[in-house]
Design a protein around this ligand. Structure first.
Ligand SMILES: NC(=O)c1ccc[n+]([C@@H]2O[C@H](COP(=O)([O-])OP(=O)(O)OC[C@H]3O[C@@H](n4cnc5c(N)ncnc54)[C@H](O)[C@@H]3O)[C@@H](O)[C@H]2O)c1
Length: 333
């Protein structure tokens, strides 16, 4: 099957290798000319400088990528998603299946990618939408290390179709679910807690503190997922807790690295600027804070992280504020 990938960065080019391993023909579209040349002429992954299969090709021409296949994989940072979809829409001539593999929430609107796709793509050209998410460092998948993801769609047949497209017996297992809200929300909000965990490490705190923040952070992720209409079990699954485990404790995570710098005293701009790839977690903190306010949720970690992001509180003062909260029972629900 021909498959188009929009966004050939760390994750997009890695998924191109998965699809090539599964005998699909892949065309990547990226706006970065150097990436496109590296893939086409040197057959190298643009970030990891590892050889990728020679049948993977790349282009800067969006129209060529859209016409190439009826399956479009979206892999640009969420902040660029609406612009990219708005450029894609007038180019559509046939029905397409949209598979979103990006994690995050749109800045300002706090919309999920499924909502943006529904708003922007003409219904007559939308065969369906599936979100593919879960604990997956591109650095490991590119080396074909064992990984599991979940494909979410309100249309079970489409989720199963995506399961078949991406699953690889040797290293990639795909589960399915109908809970798009749960998968998209968990995958976005866990980045907020990953930044907090990184900040704790940056402040020189130990693993006890990280375990505290991650465990209590899970409670906050679950509250947000459920408030937005997702399922609690999804938040505890691969796309929520699973992804938090890899993101909140690994130097491979740009969100963790960003938090690390905040914990060491960098400003938010400095912390974001020092990570080459996209950092979705700062936007996730803002979005989670707004959702908490709207639904009147108890989110002490998110709320204090928001104050840090706004520059109104240092990471050290944030920790003090959390520790000074009134003592209580360990109740989750
Ligand atoms: N890196 C990972 O391990 C990983 C794993 C799973 C999911 N994700 C998610 O995938 C998304 C992308 O992450 P990434 O790591 O590949 O980021 P990245 O910054 O490495 O790549 C994003 C790519 O999108 C391209 N791009 C930006 N605007 C574009 C546009 N308008 N049209 C076409 N291309 C455009 C950039 O040139 C870049 O190559 C994020 O939402 C991230 O959370 C990443």
């Amino acid at each position: 099957m021909n498959i188009s990938i929009i966004g050939g960065g760390a994750w997009g080019t890695t998924l191109a290798q998965v699809l090539s391993d599964n005998s699909h023909k892949v065309l990547i579209r990226d706006i970065n000319e150097q990436f496109v040349e590296k893939i086409n002429h040197k057959h190298l992954h643009p970030y990891f400088d590892l050889l990728v299969p020679t049948d993977i090709v790349a282009t800067m021409d969006l129209e060529e990528a859209v016409n190439y296949s009826d399956v479009i994989v979206l892999c640009v940072p969420t902040k660029a998603m609406r612009t990219v979809l708005t450029e894609i829409n007038p180019l559509l001539k046939t029905k397409k299946l949209f598979i979103n593999v990006s994690k995050g929430i749109e800045p300002d609107s706090s919309k999920r990618v499924s909502e943006i796709v529904e708003e922007v793509i003409a219904k007559k050209y939308l065969r369906g939408y599936v979100c593919l998410s879960g604990p997956s460092h591109a650095e490991e998948v590119i080396l074909r290390k064992a990984t599991a993801l979940v494909a979410a769609s309100t249309n079970n047949k489409l989720a199963k179709e995506v399961q078949q497209i991406f699953a690889n017996d040797n290293y990639l297992r795909i589960y399915t679910t109908d809970d798009v809200i749960g998968v998209e929300t968990g995958g976005a909000i866990k980045n907020a807690i990953a930044i907090v965990s990184g900040a704790a490490a940056g402040m020189g705190l130990g693993e006890n503190a990280r375990a505290m923040l991650i465990t209590r952070g899970v409670k906050e992720i679950v509250s947000i997922v459920v408030a937005l209409g997702g399922k609690m079990e999804t938040a505890y699954g691969l796309s929520g807790v699973g992804d938090l485990i890899v993101t909140a404790s690994s130097m491979n995570s740009r969100n963790f690295q960003c938090g690390l710098r905040i914990g060491k005293g960098a400003s938010i701009d400095e912390a974001i600027g020092s990570v080459v790839q996209s950092v979705e977690g700062i936007r996730a903190i803002n979005a989670a804070y707004e959702i908490g306010k709207k639904y009147k949720l108890e989110l002490p970690i998110i709320n204090i992280a928001y104050e840090v992001v706004q520059g109104r509180c240092s990471a050290k003062d944030a920790l003090t504020a959390l520790l000074k909260r009134s003592l209580k029972d360990e109740k989750y629900w």
